[in-house]
Design a protein around this ligand. Structure first.
Ligand code: ZN
Length: 353
């Protein structure tokens, strides 16, 4: 009984010191390196977690599997270009590139060549909120997380029953050409794209927040079914996307399923919702499953409003496991550092058999 846990130390390179909250408040950055440390430590203490280092090498073309080239360029180079413009920096913080200007609706046009080099303001084009700043080590960390997802996907592609990628930063809010929601490269989408070389793949996102980036990437794709169970966007982030009538387009029409739940949703609600989702997955008949795992559905999560408890994660995992599909698990959110360790262990253990 083992489960490969793919983990890279590169997550430590990304450590923004603050985020700009509602009302302009400066707050500690919730998506902290401590999250990964805590989960790794808890997993190391189990008898079944087999810690695996990611495949060697710098896989710099990996994000291009699911992201546009100019976007990847900006995540890789934007911070350095911005710093070279000698921006005015607030005192007491390391240089942190937050955008200050966003394109108005209908004014977003493809930036090429010289336009993307306007690093002083260019990031507003490539991000949809103020939670994904660029700092010195952001690209290294995001590439490291993507490499973890790739490694886990390759393990499953070549015969492992399940594998977990302890990705940080997370990825499910990052779309084809945008960051946001603490996310830069979409690790879940990268895993799904790799697995799709063998056939149909189902993605189920069980983070509290809508997996809007994954939806965006596979919007017109009928080989990857994207499903997200999340808090109703009328009530919580990402507010403008994640509604039930978003079903995909073109060849992908009917291959995106959003199930918004109201704040206060309990484990019981959640399990009933999963049963509905399973019917859709069986009909789709995938060869593999990717689970975007978030523990911000926990009752005491500091930024969320669902009401799951630790034993609910065991029940959710057992049902997902019972689908009996080769499975890649990719870490997304979860911000209550007191319980992240026990929740990740509770959720992953059913996949170790
Ligand atoms: Zn989340």
């Amino acid at each position: 009984m083992t489960l490969p846990i793919v983990h890279s130390e590169t997550y430590q390179r990304h450590h923004p010191t603050f985020e700009i909250g509602s009302g302009g408040r400066i707050m500690p950055y919730y998506e902290s390196p401590q999250r990964a440390e805590i989960m790794l430590e808890a997993l190391r203490a189990t008898s079944w977690a087999k810690i695996v280092t990611p495949e060697e090498g710098r896989h710099e073309s990996l994000p291009l599997l699911v992201h546009d080239g100019d976007y990847v360029w900006f995540i890789r180079n934007g911070f350095k270009e911005w710093l070279a413009t000698n921006p005015l920096l607030p005192e007491g913080y390391p240089p942190t590139y937050y955008p200050s200007c966003f394109p108005p609706p209908r004014a977003r046009r493809r930036l090429k060549g010289e336009a993307r080099l306007n690093a002083a303001e260019g990031y507003g084009y490539y991000t949809f909120d103020l939670t994904a700043p660029l700092i010195e080590g952001t690209y290294e960390a995001a590439l490291g997380a993507a490499t973890c997802a790739m490694t886990a996907a390759n393990l499953v592609l070549y015969g492992d029953r399940s594998a977990y990628a302890l990705c940080r930063p997370p990825g499910h809010h990052a779309g084809r050409d945008f960051s946001g929601g603490y996310c830069y490269f979409n690790n879940t989408a990268i895993a799904a794209k790799i697995l799709s070389v063998r056939g149909r793949v189902a993605v189920i996102d069980i983070d509290y927040h809508h997996g809007n980036g994954t939806q965006d990437i596979f919007w017109e794709d009928d080989r990857v079914l994207t499903i997200s169970i999340h808090c109703d966007p009328r009530m919580d982030y990402p507010y403008f996307v994640g509604f039930a009538d978003e079903v995909g387009a073109g060849a992908g029409e009917g291959y995106n399923l959003n199930i918004p739940l109201p704040p206060g949703a309990t484990g019981e609600w959640y399990l009933k919702t999963l049963d509905l989702v399973f019917d859709r997955i069986r009909l789709f008949d995938p060869w593999a499953l990717v689970i975007a795992v978030g523990f911000d559905t926990y009752g005491d999560d500091p930024i969320s409003k669902f009401d799951l408890i630790t034993s609910d994660y065991v029940a959710v995992a057992q049902r997902l496991r019972a689908l009996n599909l080769p499975t890649v698990l990719v870490q997304e959110g979860g911000y209550n550092t007191e319980v992240l360790g026990k929740n990740v262990v509770a959720f992953l253990e059913p996949f170790s058999s």
